[in-house]
Design a protein around this ligand. Structure first.
Ligand code: GUN
Length: 300
């Protein structure tokens, strides 16, 4: 039976470290990192995410600005808001919650965010930086996954990593990050042939496909480290529903050396990394050194 990686606890410790750095920044440099979150429409899952992001920013004593726009908002209105936030010195990070409604071109919206305020790491400047070895912002979910992997495995050099799912938010940046860590990376997706065999060769398996319990335990190499990014709500007989990952946890935990649970694995790390990206953005925008060693301090 594999170790269950406690992302919730690690994220709590990381947020506490970030909170200490926020206090230091304010006391020593009179800078309070500010995060602006924009939500368009009333998608229930997005509302929960946005509420949690804003609450945890406040708990870390950052300034939190929330903007809720109606589902039918014209693209121009959204672009004008971003332009205003780009020029607001109290705002160091801008996050537009995805997905966006169909009348809005998500690519244009992301392009409008100033790259140094793009704490999601979705702007082409930051995407390019990740793939060319620069020090731009790294997307929060892949960064959180990488921290959990390093915590468990230390040096990742030479390990075979399989990333399932090729989204811009998780799969592609995750593959780029693992490559940067000297893994041998396979980016698998719905058209991949012999998916089970690909998975069975993986020392590191990152699942980000959005299909409940798609990956059974017998796809997992004995002793592998499994990171489950999926958050899928399934029906239950009592009508309440429940969250499950992309991996069938009960069978996978038997084969894996370590595995993240859902909930309580990757999810909490995503928000902690969002706060970390906001803190770093504030430091850079004020010409201050970016605090080092927060991840290691959180490991204890
Ligand atoms: N929707 C789902 N995940 C994310 C994320 O990491 N950032 C944003 N902006 N929207 C999302």
């Amino acid at each position: 039976m594999g170790e269950i990686i406690d992302g919730k606890q690690f994220a709590e410790r990381l947020r506490a470290e970030i909170g200490r750095q926020v206090v230091r920044l304010r006391e020593e440099h009179l800078v309070t990192p500010g995060l602006a979150v924009i939500l368009v429409g009333e998608d229930p899952a997005s509302q929960v995410y946005v509420r949690n992001k804003a609450r945890q920013a406040r708990e870390a004593t950052m300034a939190s600005f929330e903007y809720r726009l109606p589902y039918g908002v014209p693209q121009e209105t959204l672009l004008e808001l971003i332009e205003r936030l780009n020029g607001d010195p109290a705002v160091h990070g801008i996050l537009v919650q995805l997905p966006l409604p169909p009348q809005v071109d998500a690519g244009q919206v992301i392009n409008a965010i100033r790259p140094d305020k793009d704490i999601d790491g979705f702007h082409p400047v930051n995407v390019g930086s990740l793939t060319t070895g620069g020090d731009g912002t790294v997307p929060c979910t892949p960064l959180g996954c990488l921290m959990l992997l390093k915590h468990r495995l230390g040096d990742l050099s030479g390990l075979k990593a399989v990333v399932l799912g090729r989204s811009n938010i998780v799969g592609k940046p995750m593959a780029a990050l693992l490559l940067r860590e000297n893994c041998t990376v396979t980016l698998a997706h719905s058209k991949t042939r012999d998916l089970a065999d690909e998975c069975r060769r993986a020392d590191i398996l990152v699942a980000a496909v959005g299909r409940p319990r798609m990956i059974p335990g017998d796809w997992i190499k004995p002793g592998a480290t499994v990171i489950d990014v999926g958050i899928n709500r399934i029906d239950t007989p009592d009508g309440k529903g429940r969250l499950v990952g992309d991996v069938d946890f009960d069978s996978a935990v038997e084969a894996a050396g370590a595995i993240t649970p859902v909930p309580g694995g990757v999810g909490p790390m995503t928000i902690a990394c969002l706060l970390l990206n906001t803190l770093e953005a504030a430091c850079r925008q004020h010409g201050l050194p970016v605090p080092a060693g927060l991840m290691e301090a959180a490991w204890g």
